[in-house]
Design a protein around this ligand. Sequence first.
Ligand SMILES: Cc1cc2nc3c(=O)[nH]c(=O)nc-3n(C[C@H](O)[C@H](O)[C@H](O)COP(=O)(O)OP(=O)(O)OC[C@H]3O[C@@H](n4cnc5c(N)ncnc54)[C@H](O)[C@@H]3O)c2cc1C
Length: 399
Amino acid sequence: MDFGLSPEHARLRDRCLELAADFATRSAAHDREASHPTENYDILRREGFLSLTVPKALGGQGISFLGHTLAYEALGQGCPSTALSFNMHASVVNPVLESPEVSDATKRYIADLVVNRRKLIGGNFSEPGHTSLIGERPLTARATRVPGGYKLTARKMFASMLEATDYVMVLAYPDGETTATAGALMLVPRGAPGRSVNANWDVLGMRATRSDSLLLDDCLVDERAALLWTDDLRTFRRSYFNWFWGSYTAVYLGVAVAAYDELRRVVRDRQPEGYAQPLAYHPDVRRHVAELSADLEAARLIVYRSAWLSDRDGPTDETTAALYRAKYAVGEAVGRITRVALTLGGAHAIFKGSRLEQLFRDGAPGAIQPPPSDFCLWNMGIYELGLDPAAVQPPIMPK
Ligand SMILES: Cc1cc2nc3c(=O)[nH]c(=O)nc-3n(C[C@H](O)[C@H](O)[C@H](O)COP(=O)(O)OP(=O)(O)OC[C@H]3O[C@@H](n4cnc5c(N)ncnc54)[C@H](O)[C@@H]3O)c2cc1C
């Protein structure tokens, strides 16, 4: 099954592989310093990636979700942090541009920012108290109407590439609403008064995403900042699972590909003293590599199918289950592949500066990145058994 890959897809993937090769030359330095790969973001801006998936009707290139998936699998092989962070842009911009709940004026405003003015937009929905353990994420961030615009108060967390973006799209509770499902998508410019950053992203892997904490203290934004203001955000969120979280899956697939390729290079190159053949000839090494090849190919096909289904059918239950399955398969595969690659690389591989060491750490958040593997299984089980989600008991007792 070729999933209808077009010559345009092939060109995009090839270009992304070229960019990834360049990004890879700086990836270790950004990882070590936990620095923003801004020069990579600039290249991606120049190369048209801000408007890659913007619908053609709004001036973009109209690349499908499958095309985006191929592109970010390739980019993830070079500098995982660059790909994961930059994906944040499409993951929040596309839902706004595609949703019937967003006004045409707002869509034109965002498309103008992205296509004509080449603005990079991040997204910050997460808060320190959020967990998918119970599936609900009550918002403490507040958006309040004031004369001429809105005032925002928030303690947000995990905002990738925050200080490298021109705007960040923030999810807040709309003041005056009463339902638990209400939400407001607010666009906060970099220099907005009352906006500051707590640079606390000192972590194991994906260090150069710099997913710092965003602080909003009576932060003032103008009238156009409210991209969506609704008493029920559920349909909007569910309709764009593909962009909101499904788009990150491809990046971790790319990490798995990179680790697999690096492992094969290492065992082919390393010839121990006193032997006429490199480690690759050892039967156990061959067997490990063969097993990983099956993991990788299975994960890749599951991911491509989920993207193809998303493009073909939209947000059906089957598509949603396929996206969860893809995230689960990749989260598990990237963990296994990077771990086995590190093991076969041996003590030579655990030094700082070793590609396998970095990919081991960059792959570690694969199963954690939302939706975490456990949460994927929770949802896949409900789908596979044909259960009514509303009839499933909460896993721990609510207040
Ligand atoms: C590299 C990276 C970049 C990020 N960038 C951004 C960003 O730019 N913007 C943003 O808003 N957020 C971002 N996030 C944050 C992310 O979206 C989550 O909000 C955050 O990871 C939630 O915290 P948690 O993983 O501790 O949550 P939890 O949901 O509490 O997960 C912790 C663990 O609990 C278990 N678990 C969770 N749910 C279930 C379940 N239903 N059943 C059984 N077990 C379960 C799993 O083992 C899971 O790994 C980023 C996260 C990472 C890792």
